[in-house]
Design a binder for this molecule. Structure first.
Ligand code: ADP
Ligand code: MG
Length: 691
């Protein structure tokens, strides 16, 4: 299947000169891969400018500089280290320090009165300047042997820069120059080098040229964007060639459901549903993502979609990341759909044997039309021939592979993915490029802003009293702890905190954490929902999706330890009803700079989009996008924030290539296919929906 031209890229690291099993292991860890391809994409993090010549007086601690000096003093006892060699020029003295070195080489290189060129990182030694183990020492007549510029790599202790450069050089010598896949006009406009030239410029630069390095990096970033867009574009084409049963919109059923709601759906909810209804009405599988902040009411949209499917005689599978959520969603959807007689059941890992069989039989017999479950839904014995719609809630909790397993059931079911991560459109497309996106950009009008305060944990007694008073007034509260037991969190452990609160508060205090059996967790949550227990102490198992509209207080202990997105999710558990809500972020002093900033962001805004942007700024995009969990290969060169324009360009270009040559048979097509295979080998397979 692989293009033979690319074979050298897939050579194993062990085929590099001097790489034995041990070194291979270390190198593979360092570069995150095992092939030459992985090696050459281990791009330098910076470059050293060896032309940076300076007098001794001018050099600054921390910079890399090259100086000319005369050996003035040699200080080492025979056979003992460190050896110190003092150089001088007209402006001062500097010491070269060796903690180990070849004795003969030292004696040959440094003679009193001889002039040398020394290059390396300037340090401080007893108030004077020093270079510890200079990178280069040469005599002035060899000046032209000093490279003008050298790449610097992310390193591990056991591999030297020299070794990396040697391996890199061997790999770069061994890979072919490839036919250009970028449009010549774009190349010219951007002044981009060819693929291999770009790699050579970055790894083996002849001149120190920061702009040139960035141009080369951009070329490779574009390559990567193009490769991904090609893979996703091809997957999309493949999907559009497949047939799904078109499901007509059931206007009557829809109206009945909406009329029976205790609230009026927002415009944004209905618009999102319209997108879904239209997609499902087409004879090709829907792949749509609904993005909406916590509390924006995504479940209703999914419920309407399920009703449309059910009216057509089909089955909907609704997948949640946890049992609690699966059961809660079964209930919520069941409530929405009861007026039209649609039955919803939960099916999770807990349902075993006879009860599981009974549920599945009811589904097969058409008595149950919507199944709400966890991963158990796609266990192999679940056979859902009429499966027409798969809904995936809280998509960031699932990997692409999970998603694909589910859609492999049934005959090309439609798929609806729901996400509370409001990410900028370009980025969403770069990561989930196979999905169409609808945004619910509005919250139900009845929502109250959640008032948020950050409180040092020294004031915990005040907080407990405030919560206690609120409970007396009939309010309900979540109390979040960072860990289950005291080994990990001291007083702030969920188990201990529950006991403390139970001592203060004149009402049952329930407890939920990941080590409790699912039944107990559900029971505890149920008690909060009914009000039987007005306080629920929990770990972050409660984080996603839990919906108790009557809860008005959220206390989060050790808030400084949580990420922004997570805090936002947690806070989203309150402010869901008509009553004013508050969120108390208890923190341990002193706060770190970033801890302080995170809490400030939360106090300032409840807007998920703003919070996502701040999170992005503070931590980078990796986690925010759920990239790690998504199971998609991470980017090699692309930086989402920086390369947004390149991604846009690549998307347009990929489309036009595919339009002109859908099978990639022409010369450009073959070249582009190579780019795709080099940069995005796994994506095409993953996106192909398992067929
Ligand atoms: P999320 O988008 O976070 O999944 P949910 O679908 O769980 O939000 O909805 C949160 C709560 O808001 C639920 O109790 C739901 O019944 C309620 N809700 C949904 N839509 C509206 C609306 N238009 N007006 C008022 N409440 C709504
Ligand atoms: Mg939800």
């Amino acid at each position: 299947m692989r293009d033979p031209v690319l074979f050298p890229f897939y050579n194993d690291l062990s085929s590099l000169p001097g790489v034995g099993p041990k070194l291979r292991h270390v190198l593979a860890r360092l570069i995150g891969g095992e092939t030459w391809l992985d090696l050459i994409f281990h791009l330098p993090v910076s470059w050293i400018d060896r032309r940076n010549r300076a007098t001794i007086e001018e050099v600054q601690v921390g910079e890399i500089a090259t100086i000319n000096g005369t050996v003035d003093k040699i200080d080492h006892a025979r056979m003992k280290f460190p050896a110190r060699i003092r150089l001088r020029d007209d402006t001062g003295f500097i010491t070269l320090t060796y903690f180990h070195a070849n004795r003969q080489w030292l004696e040959k290189t440094f003679e009193i009165g001889k002039t040398v060129i020394a290059s390396g990182k300037i340090g401080d030694f007893q108030g004077g300047r020093q270079i510890v183990h200079p990178d280069h020492v040469l005599s002035p007549d060899k000046d032209d042997e000093l490279p003008e510029v050298e790449p610097v790599y992310a390193m591990t202790a056991t591999i030297t820069p020299k070794q990396i450069r040697k391996f890199m050089s061997a790999a770069l010598d061994g890979i072919p120059a490839l036919d250009e896949w970028i449009d010549p006009h774009l190349m010219k406009r951007k002044n981009w080098p060819g693929f291999k030239q770009a790699l050579l410029r970055l790894h083996q630069p002849k001149v120190y040229d920061p702009d040139g390095f960035e141009t080369a990096r951009q070329r490779l970033a574009y390559d990567e964007a193009l490769a991904r867009e090609m893979a996703m574009g091809q997957a999309r084409l493949a999907r559009e060639r497949r047939h799904s049963r078109p499901i007509p919109r059931a206007v009557g059923v829809e109206k009945q459901i909406v009329d029976a709601l205790p609230f009026k759906p927002t415009r944004a909810q209905m618009d999102a549903y319209k997108d879904v209804a239209t997609d499902m009405g087409r004879p090709i599988p829907m792949r749509r993502m609904i993005q909406g902040d916590v509390g924006s009411g995504k479940t209703l949209v999914a419920a309407l979609a399920a009703a449309q499917v059910s009216a057509d005689g089909g089955i909907t599978a609704f997948m949640s990341p946890t049992e609690i959520l699966a059961r809660q969603q079964a209930e919520a959807i069941g409530r929405f759909l009861a007026p039209v007689g649609i039955r919803v059941a939960a099916l999770t890992g807990r349902d075993k044997g006879a009860s599981r069989e009974a549920i599945l039989n009811d589904v097969r017999a058409g008595k149950i039309q919507v199944l709400s479950g966890t991963q158990a839904l796609y266990q192999s014995d679940v056979d859902l021939p009429e499966l027409s719609l798969v809904v995936i809630d809280e998509q960031h909790r699932f990997g692409v592979a999970d998603r694909l397993k589910l859609t492999a059931k049934g005959a090309s079911p439609h798929m609806l993915v729901m996400s509370a991560t409001p990410i900028p459109r370009t980025m969403a497309l770069a990561v989930h490029g196979d999905l169409d996106i609808s945004v619910i950009g509005e919250k139900p009008a009845n929502r109250q802003e959640v008032v948020t305060a950050a409180v040092p944990d020294t004031r915990i007694d005040d907080v407990i009293q405030a919560v206690s008073r609120a409970v007396d007034r009939g309010e309900r509260a979540f109390w979040i702890c960072p860990a289950v037991d005291s080994e990990d969190a001291g007083d702030a452990s969920a188990i201990q905190r529950r006991d403390v609160l139970a001592g203060y508060i004149n009402a049952p205090v329930e407890l939920v954490h990941g080590r409790l059996p699912a039944q107990d967790r559900d029971a505890a949550l149920e008690k909060l929902r009914t009000g039987e227990a007005p306080i629920l102490v929990a770990t972050t198992v409660i984080e996603v999706g839990v919906d108790v509209p009557e809860a008005t207080i959220m206390v989060i202990e050790h808030a400084e330890k949580f990420g922004l997105a997570q805090l936002h999710q947690l806070r989203g558990r309150v402010g869901r009803g008509e009553k004013a809500s508050s969120c108390l972020l208890l923190y341990q002093s002193p706060l770190t700079e970033s801890g302080k900033e995170r809490l400030d962001v939360l106090r300032r805004t409840t807007d998920g989009f703003e919070i996502a942007e701040a999170d992005f700024r503070l931590r980078g995009p990796g986690d925010l996008l759920g990239l790690r969990q998504s199971g998609l290969p991470a980017f090699r060169v692309l930086e989402l924030a920086r390369d947004a324009n390149l991604i846009e360009t690549a998307r347009t270009d990929a489309k036009s290539v595919l339009m002109a040559d859908p099978t990639l048979a022409g010369a450009r097509g073959v070249a582009v296919r190579r780019a795709r295979d080099l940069f995005a080998p796994r994506i095409a397979d993953m996106m192909a929906d398992g067929d």
